[in-house]
Design a protein around this ligand. Structure first.
Ligand SMILES: [Zn+2]
Length: 196
């Protein structure tokens, strides 16, 4: 935007400088016509007129230099605008691409979530109501994880190894007893890797 503003400022400046050149040129033409017409006869007036024509020519030259200088600045602003516009386009392309990939990832996540919800419904229907209630309560208290695997004597919820007495109690518990981690209180899920 800054470069675009610079470009339009230059355009205005150029128009103004060109108008100045025109004015000086017209005045010089008028002076020259008066000189050529022979209407001015007094030597002093003639001298003044000639001096003015010379001074106007010099002024026109100076103004034309300004026009050229402004045109150069304008051209470089135009080039920069084109270059930046291209870069904006390329960045926008990357944004669009990332957005499309993000949206696709959202869709996958939504689908995965729906599948997991369905699976959860099926599983939770087979679990006794009081156990499910305990599980949900623990899940809320423990950052979304209400039950953890007991893996090689270690609770995978809090990563603490069970104290020997607690471990012995778990080992002695009947298979359908709900056992808990003494450290984080999560329900412990016993498997063949539990080290029991
Ligand atoms: Zn634990």
């Amino acid at each position: 935007m800054a470069v675009q503003t610079e470009e339009s400022d230059c355009a205005r400046e150029q128009t103004k400088a060109e108008q100045d050149v025109d004015q000086v040129r017209q005045r010089a033409t008028r002076d020259q016509q008066r000189l050529d017409s022979g209407a001015v006869t007094s030597p002093k007036d003639l001298e003044n007129l000639q001096r003015e024509i010379v001074s106007l020519a010099k002024r026109q030259g100076d103004l034309e230099d300004i026009v050229l200088e402004v045109m150069e600045r304008r051209e470089s602003a135009q080039e920069r605008t084109a270059e930046l516009t291209e870069r904006v386009g390329s960045v926008q392309g990357r944004i669009d691409d990332a957005t499309a990939r993000r949206d696709a990832a959202y869709e996958t996540l939504d689908a995965d979530e729906a599948t997991a919800e369905k699976e959860r419904e099926v599983v939770s229907a087979t679990i006794p109501a009081d156990l499910l209630k305990l599980y949900d309560k623990l899940r809320q208290q423990q950052g979304g994880i209400g039950a953890a695997k007991l893996y090689q004597r270690t609770c995978q919820g809090c990563r603490q190894e069970l104290a020997i007495t607690d471990f012995n109690e778990v080992r002695a518990a009947a298979p359908d007893t709900v056992v808990r981690c003494e450290n984080c209180r999560r329900i412990l899920v016993r498997t063949s890797d539990s080290g029991l």
